[in-house]
Design a protein around this ligand. Sequence first.
Ligand SMILES: O=C(O)CCC(=O)C(=O)O
Ligand SMILES: [Fe+2]
Length: 309
Amino acid sequence: MAKTLQLPIIDLASSDCTSTSSSIRQACVNYGFFYLINHGVEGDLLREVLEGNKFFFELPLEEKMKLARKENRGYTPLYAENLDPSSSAKGDSKESFYIGPLEDSTRGYLNQWPPDEILPCWRSTMEKYYKKVLEAGKRLISLVALALNLEENFFYDIGALDQPNSFLRLLHYPGDLGLVDEEMYGASAHSDYGMITLLATDGVGGLQVCREKAKEPRVWEDVHYVPGAFIVNIGDMMERWTNGLFRSTLHRVMPTGQTRYSMAFFLDPNPDCVVECLETCCSESYPPRFPPIRSGDYLEERFKLTYGS
Ligand SMILES: O=C(O)CCC(=O)C(=O)O
Ligand SMILES: [Fe+2]
């Protein structure tokens, strides 16, 4: 059985920014994961979104397929995605629905929504949630900047948070997978691509992290549920920015036999923002490990590897 990990708890409403940012630094260096409490997204809204999540995935497949994934927005059916093809030939036992930026002035409006007649108020609930989590994420990023010995507004000033390329992903992991003859994963081992991810779940377990991604055999530890808290993790772009100081930790979701719902919010920078080693994270003896890259190009490449398109 996997050990349960005791992750640090960060209070977004704390008035002591110095102590909070220093706790964030420690959490990101040691785990790349932490719990976020007092984040400003009310429990009622979280429950409403979880309910909406369930209603959506309960729709007939035919209805969901009308919203099949285009431009990384919309529905991806069961087994269609494999985050780690080396571990399992069959895709992940999850279905998902992606919602991209609500105002996308550069590329026209790309989000897809189930019709209001089928799921009344669904779109407005999801939009409300998207805005609220984005707001919490932006506040958190200011503390992350302080944690990196940068100005509080650093990520705003370099344009990362100017129309950020953020995605809300609703997820459903079915409980009953029928007879399976190979190891199945709800979500196979992966790290997230962006700056930070804010995850909310229905409390059903299954999420595990591997703190040492280069070490074999991999050691997986359970992440337990803290009611009302977001589970926050560092993504690969933040790892690149920080020259590996902040870890983009490998994680996965194992099937538990119980149906599970979750919502992951990926806070990713504006596509034109260049992700390059921060001055506070390198020195002559510790030069930049990753070349600069445009955030949009990096994301596109990662999506291509995951979906083949
Ligand atoms: O559903 C979860 O708990 C995790 C989802 C996840 O890691 C992802 O979608 O990147
Ligand atoms: Fe993830």
